[in-house]
Ligand binder design. Structure first.
Ligand code: MLT
Ligand code: MN
Ligand code: ZN
Length: 310
């Protein structure tokens, strides 16, 4: 199974269009040790020929351009794409906006939970993906299903299961209480399995904390891509960027006793890679103390173009 990080950044990417934080300034200037990152997406393929996108980011056009395996193949005719399916993990702008890039009457299958399909289905702009060409399949929760293209067998399965998280920002309802209207299926983790080798990995780009269920699921995993939005829960507040903590945004932070680095220590995960990394996160800078700390704890900081074979 081939896995490629198309974009390791969180919403906004690095640099973000309107941001003058230290990381954005350095990345915009092309300083060594802090490469730019596009927004949150992975691509996966069993055979290296047919690919599935896990989330479709606003940077998808650029990500396809940067990834020859995703280019149309000349021998396949005048219109072609190796992208056969897209699975989305929530309704956030950074995870669904790229669907619009996939117009032009190209067949692929779209997988999402019932909750996220409600969001996509209620926004008529997504009708540009005509249902006759782009079938929309609902992911059950906690049950693996075959992950196929509109026409082809891709040799993979996907299981979506709920993780602690939040409804998309633009759907938050203050009147609905502390959960802001969040329901099961608004944010899911994915386990993708190669049906031939039986190997699997987890993709969890948004997660508020590790509950017992998630801990059990991830224990002894071979590979996990995990929410690396923030280093510190108050990182954006302290830098006067946004008066919201990580938890208010539905994201666990890397550091501290309640952070992901501590939580994973007992899980015996063989390879751990942070993705969905916000531009304020100090681990993005290879020279930072925080980067050294995360790496010493066995974590890799995801970067665009990173490839993993499982
Ligand atoms: C998030 O990950 O919290 C969202 O992408 C935020 C947003 O929609 O800007
Ligand atoms: Mn996001
Ligand atoms: Zn920034």
């Amino acid at each position: 199974m081939h896995i490629r990080v198309l974009g390791a950044g969180a919403g906004g990417g690095l640099p973000q269009w309107n941001c003058n934080c230290a990381n954005c300034i350095a990345a915009r200037a092309g300083r060594a040790g802090i490469p730019q990152r596009t927004q949150s997406s992975l691509a996966v393929s069993r055979d290296g020929e047919n690919w599935v996108l896990l989330n479709a980011s606003p940077d998808l056009r650029q990500q396809i351009q940067a990834t020859p395996a995703l280019h149309p193949r000349p021998e396949k005719g005048v219109r072609d794409s190796p992208i056969k399916a897209v699975v989305v993990t929530n309704g956030d702008v950074d995870h669904i906006m790229g669907l619009i890039h996939l117009r032009e009457a190209q067949a692929f299958a779209l997988y999402a939970t019932a909750r996220v399909h409600e969001v996509i289905g209620s926004n008529s702009v997504f009708n540009i993906l005509a249902p006759g060409i782009v079938p929309r399949w609902t992911l059950p929760l906690g049950q693996p299903v075959l992950l196929n293209g509109a026409q082809e067998d891709l040799g993979l399965s996907v299981e979506a299961f709920p993780v602690p998280g939040k409804i998309a920002l633009y759907l938050e309802d203050e009147k609905a209480g502390p959960g802001l209207g969040s329901q099961e299926g608004d944010t899911v983790a994915l386990e993708i399995r190669d049906l031939e080798s039986g190997k699997s990995f987890f993709y969890v780009p948004g997660c508020d904390h590790l509950d017992d269920h998630l801990r059990r699921r991830l224990t002894n995993a071979e590979l996990v891509f995990f929410d690396g939005t923030l280093w510190h829960d108050a990182e954006m507040v302290r830098s006067h960027i946004l008066f919201k903590t990580g938890h208010r945004m539905g994201h666990i932070s890397m550091s501290g006793p309640d952070g992901s680095i501590a939580a994973f220590q007992a899980l015996n995960v063989r390879r751990k890679i942070f993705v969905h990394i916000n531009n304020t996160n100090p681990t993005l800078d290879e020279r930072s103390r925080e980067r050294a700390e995360a790496e010493a704890a066995g974590w890799e900081i995801g970067r665009d173009g990173m490839e993993v074979v499982l």
